[in-house]
Design a protein around this ligand. Structure first.
Ligand code: FHN
Length: 455
């Protein structure tokens, strides 16, 4: 009797521990839209990872070097499907270490990771049952990258998110009008449509997206791309958004799930209602704040995928200022890494992550959970605000030791963010608010003055 009882208890424990992840995800309380977006709005800073078979190619073929992003190697270096297949067949990045990747993101101050689970080349980085063109069946690697990275994120407490390309250059039904004769003027040409695309959508794409949502625990964001092909319709976008939220009700989805934007514009600008939770300006930061959720994605050099020929690196100072600029306008910053074909982050990227981590460790209070500034951009930098506190992020330190701010700011107390013990002298005049600061920037490249506001 006792043995039977023990067996029942054991069975119950096993069921509770190893129940399908989907059941775990969907049994969670359904949040309101604001609750659902909360972690993402507070996070501000995430890591984009562009990794695939193109990371072996590095944007080079013989004497040719692909212009722009090296993740477009298949298109730009004129590979046929058969020629290109040899790269997934040699994908074996023995130096891939999911824990080390996540640690680097965390140390940089990033709160979420978006991995290209399948980019335009069509090669899937997880164990897909829909297709054999994946890391387990085609590649010698035989390790499920999505599984390892999602588990490392969970272990280290950061959100795991998936990028998925709608266009698929390996799939005969989903190449859009981009391949093999890419022509940007055809982006919105509705006459160029593959009548078999709906079959790809129903039998390939949707099931693949379903796998990502059912088998890898909570997915923070589903980040679509390749939405511009004429074959993909707004009806599919709305259907897909619903499908995703039915599986994981609290997941966030970017605006490229639908057809609300013109060409490559970041924000929706077509009339009508569109699915998607946030806009996606790419390689640009809007001039002013935008009154809806948005995330600027950007490369550290000029390419998303690994490209040793591209040495046009943005400086760490520039990247820190971009983070502040984005937060001061109410957005998130999704900063890209293009690991190589062995699984290593480029040294230049690691240096920049380190520098950003040093800065965010000291100044994170002025970034995470902060919102857009109510004041116009000052000449010397940017403002962010949170809980009755205004943060002045100073890019150009005043040579005369006096910081000039908007006259409407009413101060209770001002200090340097890195030295809360020493109160700074302030003087309100009819034209501006003046704050006495040290002659030398205490925390270059961006020093922050914390201003507690009077009620
Ligand atoms: O074509 C892609 C590109 O390779 C890269 O993935 C970026 C990231 O946002 N999105 C596309 C262009 O919009």
């Amino acid at each position: 009797m006792k043995t039977l009882r023990n067996m029942c208890l054991l069975l119950l424990a096993v069921m509770l521990n190893s129940g399908p992840i989907m059941a775990q995800a969907s049994s969670k309380k359904k949040l309101s839209d604001d609750e659902r977006m909360e972690w993402w709005r507070d996070s501000k800073f995430g890591m984009f990872i562009h990794w695939g078979a193109y990371s072996i190619i590095g944007g080079e073929r013989g004497t040719k070097i692909a212009g722009g992003g090296a993740e477009w190697a298949m298109d730009k270096l004129d590979y046929t499907i058969e020629e290109y297949e040899k790269y997934p067949e040699m994908f074996n990045p023995q130096l891939f270490d999911a824990d080390a990747w996540v640690t680097m993101a965390k140390n940089a101050g990033m709160k979420y990771i978006v991995l290209t689970t399948k980019h335009h080349e069509g090669f899937a980085l997880w164990d897909s049952k829909v297709s054999k063109y994946d890391v387990m069946d085609t590649a010698p690697f035989k390790r499920d990258v999505v599984k390892e990275l999602s588990e490392a994120c969970k272990k280290q407490g950061i959100k795991f998110c998936v990028y998925y390309s709608i266009v698929d250059w390996h799939h005969p039904q989903a190449q859009g009008n981009l391949y093999p004769n890419y022509n940007i003027s055809q982006h919105d040409d509705p006459s160029v449509v593959n009548p078999e695309f709906p079959e790809y959508y129903e039998k390939f794409m949707k099931p693949q997206v379903g796998e990502l949502l059912k088998n890898y625990g909570d997915i923070g964001v589903v980040w679509f791309d390749g939405d511009w092909i004429s074959d993909y319709t707004t009806e599919m976008g709305k259907d897909l958004y619903k499908y995703i939220r039915d599986i994981q009700p609290n997941t966030i989805v970017n605006n490229r799930v639908d057809k609300g934007r013109t060409g490559m514009d970041g924000m929706n600008n077509h009339p009508g209602e569109f699915a998607g939770d946030f806009g996606t300006p790419e390689q640009e930061i809007p001039d002013t704040g935008i009154d809806s959720d948005w995330e600027a994605c950007m490369t550290m050099n000029g390419t998303w995928g690994y490209k040793p020929d591209d040495n046009n690196w943005k400086s760490s100072t520039d990247l820190i200022e971009k983070l502040v600029d984005i937060v001061s306008k109410g957005g998130n910053f999704l900063l890209n890494i293009g690991p190589d074909g062995y699984g290593r982050f480029p040294a230049q990227s690691i240096r920049r992550l380190d520098a950003m981590g040093q800065w965010t460790k000291k100044n994170g209070e002025a970034i995470y959970g902060a919102s857009a500034s109510p004041y116009e951009k000052p000449k010397w930098g940017r403002y962010t605000q949170k809980d009755g506190v205004l943060y002045a992020h100073i890019f150009d330190w005043p040579k005369d030791g006096t910081l000039k701010l908007n006259k409407d700011i009413k101060v209770k107390k001002a200090t340097l963010l890195i030295d809360p013990t020493k109160e700074l002298k302030t003087l309100g005049t009819s034209r501006e608010l003046l704050i006495d600061v040290p002659m030398i920037a205490p925390d270059a490249p961006v020093s922050v003055v914390k201003i507690e506001l009077a009620k």
